[in-house]
Design a protein around this ligand. Structure first.
Ligand SMILES: [Zn+2]
Length: 414
């Protein structure tokens, strides 16, 4: 077992929460701002004081490396992000990054030599609120290049991504520059659940098996507008009637038939929008999610065909197009087993679960075996200044990360 220092971890969480801290107890430490730079500087200082190697890449991803017995092997990488939402919580991202750093310090304190090097990472701009999209650092790392269309990218406050990256990199002179992307043996990320399941069941550890896929549709049904009082049923071409008939069938089947499926219509409108006119256009968005890509395809097909069928029945025409498509990911089963085993060693209850939100692990998983450890957060609340993690849960996540890191450093992964 690796002895982690829970008090030190919770004190570090406090110290980092003060950087960009808000009066309501949250943080505003958006990506590539002064606050973000201060947090990176503090982490780098702590790392250098322990004799670890600090480096950064052209995306300002920050790496802290502790050598392994066989130092030429690909490292086990652990970490998360230090940027936050504008009115964010103090644990989203910081918990994973500081837990990873605590693991590194604990290994050092105990003089434990790992087979492979262990690297702590803080990915740049996970949140995506100042510069879109989110997970820019891990995305570019996995791609091995900064996408050319990011060159002219501007922040919500007008700042240029290129300039802010330059200034952020410059603000950390002791970090040596390395190129983007390197081989990773395994990647493990601790994160708050951002949902209510673990807390509700009093389970401290979620073993995350993957991240569900998301697909959005824009739906437009066109019919004919006509007088609400004079137009009999046989003469109506009512697009809203077609849409509601289709949706009611879809609500009755998609989620009731499959507990992993998500089906949401979040926006709906009709034109011309007059109290006494049959609409000629009905529009809606559809958000569909499922961990299994085949099932997501089936759900999409069901939505498309049932809207087309009901439109036809009402003498209307339907146009449907995808506006967003994010493939699901399945994490390494070896790593999931290692996390489950680590929880057992620590005497902590764990449960397999899926993530409903994106994380850096989704992108790292494209180039290396990856997995995540979730810990409960109060009322499932996140992206909120009131976000809270009980100190014991923070320590539990870190302890499991420590065991899993040690075990993974020795494992052959397929
Ligand atoms: Zn996060």
């Amino acid at each position: 077992m690796v002895d982690i220092d829970g008090n030190r971890l919770n004190a570090r969480l406090e110290a980092f929460a003060a950087i960009g801290g808000t009066v309501k107890g949250g943080v505003n430490r958006q990506a590539l701002t002064d606050g973000d730079r201060q947090a990176r500087q503090l982490l780098a200082e702590l790392a250098l004081a322990r004799g670890f190697t600090v480096s950064q890449d052209p995306m300002a991803n920050l790496f802290i490396r502790r050598a392994g017995r066989n130092d030429t092997l690909a490292p086990v990488v652990i970490g998360s992000h230090l940027d936050s939402q504008p009115a964010g919580g103090r644990f989203d991202g910081a918990l994973g990054t500081l837990s990873a750093f605590e693991v590194l310090e604990s290994l050092e304190d105990a003089g434990i030599e790992t087979e492979r090097p262990v690297v702590v990472v803080s990915w740049t701009n996970e949140e995506g609120c100042r510069f879109a999209p989110g997970c820019m650092g891990s995305m570019a790392f996995a791609a091995g290049e900064i996408p050319p269309d990011w060159q002219g990218k501007l922040a919500t406050d007008g700042a240029s991504l290129v300039d802010e990256l330059k200034a952020t990199i410059k603000s950390l002179p002791p970090a040596q520059m390395i190129s983007l992307g390197f081989p990773i043996h395994a990647y493990i990320e601790v994160h708050i659940e951002q949902g209510p399941a673990l807390e509700a069941n009093d389970i401290p550890i979620g073993v995350v098996g993957g991240i569900q896929g998301t697909r959005w549709l824009d739906v437009v049904i066109r019919g004919q507008t006509a007088h609400a009082g004079t137009t009999g049923l046989a003469y109506r071409r009512d697009p809203l009637r077609a849409l509601t008939a289709a949706l009611s069938g879809l609500y009755e089947t998609i989620m009731p038939d499959d507990t992993d499926a998500r089906f949401t219509v979040g926006r709906i409108s009709v034109e011309p929008g007059s109290v006494n006119a049959i609409p000629d256009v009905a529009r809606c968005t559809v958000d569909m999610r499922h961990p299994d890509p085949m099932r997501l395809d089936e759900i999409e097909q069901r939505v498309l065909s049932s809207i087309a069928k009901e439109a036809k029945r009402q003498g209307c025409e339907a146009e449907m197009s995808r506006s967003f498509d994010m493939a699901s990911c399945t994490f390494s089963t070896d790593l999931q087993a290692a996390i489950e085993q680590a929880a057992m060693v620590r005497g902590l209850k764990s449960t397999p679960m899926l993530s409903g939100a994106f994380h850096d692990a989704l992108f790292v998983n494209r180039v290396a075996p990856a997995a995540m450890i979730f810990v409960p957060c109060r009322d499932g609340l996140s992206h909120n200044e009131a976000e809270h993690v009980e100190p014991d849960y923070a320590v539990a996540g870190c302890a499991v990360l420590a065991e899993a890191t040690l075990a993974t450093s020795r494992m052959t992964l397929i």
